[in-house]
Write a protein that binds this ligand. Structure first.
Ligand code: URA
Length: 428
């Protein structure tokens, strides 16, 4: 194959056959296709899209660029969850131990955050001593012993995606449904899970701000997973308002632990339990027959908290250690008396990021203590001048820009806003 011919073909709207796609991914991964050539190809995909077969070939080639983990030796069925990323989205921290406590094995290979949505590994790393990097044998051992493992995807897993994602990040080619779907699904299929539930976020704080785009992304990923032999379903969930009451790494761990101990905020509990039910359903462990407890009951019982403690300890973390606390705080008061009708997820995500919870470049460090805690969420009453949002930072110089991000983040109305659903759709 000649790469320039392939770029021209994609530019003109052709769907590439399997052998051409496999050659292109392999040649790029091994440095025989240059970054500028792949950039041109990716931009053509942004404009022209990919046919369904072509996307299957592309994803298979990304998986074939590395190793595929074998989790078939476990006695429990494996099921993972992936979120497309939201603000205050600490669901994974609660969900993995919860689903394990209900009898499944959850192999959660996760990533770090970039931009205004946080990454699960950054959150877990707020726990003193906790290590994200496990070799495949250790990962399998923790999964077998504890029932859940949250760790970094090793360098051997879909290495083509690492190079492609870094390139897309600097060439304006992240925003493409086939490229996003293949990037996410290549990693999840290579991880070896037998089943997968996708939490596709919709709203101001999410990758996908429209329901139609989110639905198309969800359908594309469900199709890819299913055709690759991984039972895959998706929930579309609302992300106009951040989940729970905290954003930032340490603050979100604290809230996840509160939730695992039975005192979580209702929205976080609702999304977590909805995802847990789908995960248990697709591996045949759902309640209903009366033989198996419902995840809501398991969460309230403290059984998931026991799994959390074992999971943290298995990776060197001390579940009882105090989390780092911030040197500096600021408070944003409620602007008026009334009902909170808007708490903008994107604005809060950007504020937490500017306080030090997130990174601008992938090599930047993140702060464990930085972030936000808000005292009310949408639908609740507030009083003019009473503290509404608490800001935490290790560096006082971060406050002006974080406060600027929050300048138009909140609306207060005289009447309570109409309640809106959190789970918007179920794609299977
Ligand atoms: N997350 C990924 O892993 N890849 C994308 O392309 C977008 C989000």
């Amino acid at each position: 194959h000649d790469v320039v011919d392939l770029i021209r073909a994609k530019r003109d709207g052709a769907a590439l056959p399997a052998d051409a796609v496999a050659w292109l991914i392999d040649a790029y991964t091994h440095g025989r296709v240059a970054d500028e050539q792949m950039s041109a190809y990716l931009m053509a995909v942004v404009w022209r899209g990919m046919a369904s077969d072509e996307l299957d070939h592309w994803t298979s080639a990304m998986i074939a660029s590395g190793e595929r983990l074998d989790l078939s030796g476990l006695t429990r069925p494996t099921v993972d969850k992936h979120s497309t990323g939201g603000v205050g989205d600490k669901v994974s921290l609660v969900l993995a131990p919860l689903v394990a406590a209900c009898g499944a094995a959850v192999p959660q290979l996760s990533g770090r955050g970039l931009g205004h949505t946080g990454g699960t590994l950054d959150k877990m790393e707020a726990i003193p001593g906790w290590r994200a990097d496990l070799d495949p044998d250790t990962m399998r051992a923790v999964l077998a012993d504890v029932g859940a493992v949250i760790c970094a995807a090793g360098p051997g897993l879909a290495p083509a995606d690492r190079r492609l994602y870094a390139l897309r990040d600097v060439t304006g080619t992240v925003e493409s449904i086939p490229l996003i779907a293949s990037s996410i699904m290549s990693k999840k299929i290579a991880e070896g899970t037998s089943a997968l539930v996708l939490d596709v976020k919709v709203g101001t704080g999410a990758f996908m701000t429209s329901l139609a785009d989110a639905r198309e992304l969800a359908r594309t990923m469900v199709g890819l997973g299913t055709r690759a032999g991984v039972r895959t379903e998706a929930l579309l969930t609302a992300m106009d308002t951040p989940l729970g009451r905290t954003a930032g790494n340490g603050p979100e761990v604290t809230e996840a632990v509160e939730t695992l101990r039975g005192a979580g905020p209702p929205d976080l509990v609702e999304v977590t339990v909805a995802l847990a039910r789908v995960m248990l359903d697709i591996v045949g462990l759902s309640g209903g027959s009366g033989a198996r407890p419902d995840p809501a009951e398991v969460l309230a019982s403290g059984a998931a908290y026991d799994v959390w403690r074992a999971m943290v300890a298995a990776q060197g973390g001390d579940p009882d250690a105090p989390l780092p606390s911030a040197a500096f705080t600021r408070t944003v008061p409620a602007p008026a008396d009334g009902y909170l009708s808007r708490l903008d997820a994107r604005a809060l995500g950007i504020a937490a990021w500017r306080l030090g919870a997130g990174r601008a470049r992938k090599e930047d460090p993140v702060s464990a203590a930085a972030g936000l805690r808000w005292h009310a969420t949408v639908g609740e009453q507030v009083q003019a001048g009473a503290p509404l949002i608490e800001l935490y930072s290790d560096d006082e110089a971060t406050f002006p820009r974080a406060l600027a991000a929050l300048a138009d983040a909140v609306s207060v109305t005289d009447e309570p806003p109409a309640p809106t659903p959190l789970v918007l759709d179920h794609i299977r």
